[in-house]
Design a protein around this ligand. Sequence first.
Ligand SMILES: [Zn+2]
Length: 306
Amino acid sequence: MIFDLHCDTILKIYQDNTQLKTNDYHISEDKMKKAGSLAQFFAMFVDMQKVADPYVTCNEMIDVFDREVAKSQVIKKGTAASDIAEDHITGIITIEEGGVLKGEMKNLLHFYERGVRSIVLTWNYENEIGYPNYEFTYKDKGLKPFGIEVVKKMNELGMLVDVSHLSDGGFYDCIKYSTKPIIASHSNARAVCGHSRNLTDDMILALKENGGVMGINFCSQFLDGSYLSKVSSIVEHIKYIKNLAGIDIIALGTDYDGIRCDLEISDISKMAMLKQALENEHFTQEEIEKIFYKNALRVYRDVVLA
Ligand SMILES: [Zn+2]
């Protein structure tokens, strides 16, 4: 089974007016079925510099998600921890860009009511919540006052705070202010690949202490800086993180349909390639299951209300 913490497939469907059931993307209903998916986070990714009103665009994307899931026999929308079950695939709405809240708490409640259960607090722009880690420009900048309020409200509502893309200072503020485990849905180890989107050893250890997880991102830029996403590079990050902080922190956050590099694991239906590679490196079945879905499920159940 697979619990993937990040993909941008809904953006593609929204832009191309295509469908989730069958498509040419990394993720479709058919491919998820083949993969044995248990749950999938579908990010509503909004590029604030390209849209007139990020709040409106985000709502339109949720409309698309709801439309596609309503047509499906296999995928059900998950809003409660107990919605995840083995007899179907659970699709969970997340937001990638806290700027869609436009600095207003009532908009957080609105998106919660629409089923959003996790928010990547920033993308690559500064917003009302905090600062991105884009090119380390704002590395040590922390959360803004509204950001701290958002973290507290997300804790209260049962939403996962997602620190991928956030400045290092913002990450530490989330660790400080969140009373629940947090996630870095699609970030790797900075010691293995020195990109600002990845987490330092100290951050990984703080995340371990917090009880959260980090989803391994398949983008080659964040794996080894090359142009091909290689299984061996994914395994290298997993081995490094396991050695540093243990197996319980590692999950998957493929970033499928949000990355443009060539991929050895060319879509989600081919995920058995990663399982095989981990077996070759003597990972136990229990360890592989933790990476593939159990760790993500643990954190989801810790935070999202039953
Ligand atoms: Zn992203």
